[in-house]
Design a protein around this ligand. Structure first.
Ligand code: PMP
Length: 456
């Protein structure tokens, strides 16, 4: 008998090309799950099955699916003004959101605050904006030789050509290398890479020293450093010590280079503080935000920057203006969703509640560190990751042909939990509304999924 879900699966596969997917694997290797609706941390399939969204739908969702206050804000805005071009025109949600973001942006006592917001409509586009702004600022000053970006090994910043150029995911770099701008890559401060006996802080300082040598070797060539503060998410939830960010901030200042903090994945409370930069007490020159910005409801990105950078574009010439425009820049519906999101942080005292949830996640994750094929369990705030390695040896990955990550994914999905691994790294990055029962299910299913995936 053909079920309703089966019918949707074949209609889908007849017309859709899915992201980040070898389509040949659908549906036999990789199940396709038609979803009808969301409810809190649950996704509900067309066949009525429930799936715990432990990855917050690619790290976008903050307070659960179909959160009524965000839904109401979007609906109200849609009845008033759905969209207007933002060149030459203005609207209340865009202005109010910019004011609020600037008020909560990371601050550093010895620096001027971030004072300007530029909108884009997805994370990659936000990264493009930040890269272009940094480059163009120097060009406007006649420093044409400052054309290079420094990015971190194992970093990820999106999939448009500029964003991909500053990313270091081997598969992407191999495939698209001829199209990508040449970037200087600095070693990652990743604590997992620490030598035996080296602390995460020592590893961070070592990586910062290595960055310093890159500056020394390329004097006057670099316009910006871009990094993901505290957690390299797509790179396998690799985490580093905040000391690294402090040192990078100092090095950028010493060499007159902009620091771009990509908080697209780690912003909005994921790391425990509202922004990850706060844990190092630093402020960047450019701050990229997206994903959780709208609570996971609509695509929107914001790039926050300084008065000094903004002023570098003021001139009589059009060429010196910042040359960037997306049709949906500052979309009112997305801004309304973001404003509702920020209100919920206050109304529900989200960061305080997350502290309790994160502590519970730590308790539930700890026993998995004893699993024979888990080499590392790490946590930063509301992100927990499990590194699966053969016999738990940090340096012995499973044979990729075994597809351990995919097997874990399928095992978890069959048990009603969405655990979409990054290679062989399983992680929890759940919506903040996840409750005790759901956390217990998550921990239980994670153990079973690891058992099943690693038993070969
Ligand atoms: N930067 C980081 C740190 C990200 O994690 C992502 C998305 N995973 C992006 C940029 C790109 O965002 P988007 O997918 O919205 O283009």
């Amino acid at each position: 008998m053909i079920t309703d879900a089966d019918a949707w699966r074949s209609r889908d596969l007849a017309v859709l090309w899915h992201p980040c997917t070898q389509m040949r694997e659908h549906p036999d290797v990789l199940p396709l799950v038609p979803i009808e609706r969301g409810d809190g941390a649950w996704l509900i399939g067309r066949d009525g099955r429930r799936y715990l969204d432990a990855v917050s739908s690619w790290w976008t969702n903050l307070f659960g699916h179909a959160e009524p206050r965000i839904a109401a804000a979007i609906a109200g805005q849609a009845r008033t003004l759905e969209h207007v071009l933002l060149a030459g025109f203005s609207h209340q949600p865009a202005v109010e959101l910019a004011e609020k973001l600037l008020a909560i942006a990371p601050r550093q006592c010895d620096r001027a605050p971030l004072t300007k917001v530029f909108y884009a409509d997805n994370g990659s586009a936000g990264v493009e904006v930040a890269l272009k702004m940094a480059f163009h600022w120097f060009r406007n000053r006649g420093e044409d030789h400052r054309t290079r970006f420094v990015a971190l090994e194992n970093g990820y910043h999106g999939e448009t050509l500029g964003a991909m150029a500053v990313g270091d995911i081997p598969l992407y770099r191999r495939t698209y290398a001829p199209l990508l701008a040449e970037v200087l890559f600095a070693p990652s401060p990743d604590a997992y890479l620490a030598a035996p006996g080296q602390s995460p802080a020592q590893r961070a300082l070592q990586a910062a020293d290595e960055l310093a040598t890159i500056f020394d070797r390329h004097p006057g060539e670099v316009c910006a450093v871009i990094l993901e503060p505290l957690v390299q998410c797509a790179g396998g939830m690799r985490m580093h010590h905040p000391e690294y960010l402090k040192r990078v901030r100092q090095l950028c200042d010493a060499h007159g280079v902009f620091l771009i903090a990509d908080e697209i994945a780690v912003g909005f409370g994921r790391t425990g503080t509202f922004f990850a930069c706060e844990q190092a007490g630093i402020a960047p020159d450019l701050l990229c935000l997206s994903k959780g910005l709208t609570g996971g409801f609509l695509p929107l990105a914001a790039v926050l920057t300084t008065q000094e950078l903004y002023d570098g574009f003021l001139d009589d010439s059009r060429e010196r203006a910042f040359l960037h425009s997306h049709s949906y820049t500052g979309n009112p519906l997305a801004c309304a969703a973001a404003l509702a999101t920020l209100r919920i942080f206050d109304e529900d005292d989200v960061l305080a509640r997350n502290k309790v949830t994160a502590a519970r996640m730590a308790q539930l994750a700890a026993p998995l560190a004893q699993h024979p094929h888990v080499a590392d369990v790490r946590q930063t705030g509301m992100i927990v990751a499990f590194e699966l390695m053969r016999d738990g040896d940090k340096h012995t990955p499973f044979d990729p042909a075994l597809r351990v990550g995919l097997r874990a994914y399928r095992a978890a999905l069959e048990r009603g939990v969405v655990l979409r691994p990054l290679g062989d790294v399983l992680y929890w990055m759940p919506p903040y509304c996840i409750d005790e029962e759901q956390l217990a299910l998550l921990a239980d299913v994670t153990r079973t999924a690891i058992d099943e995936a690693t038993c070969a």
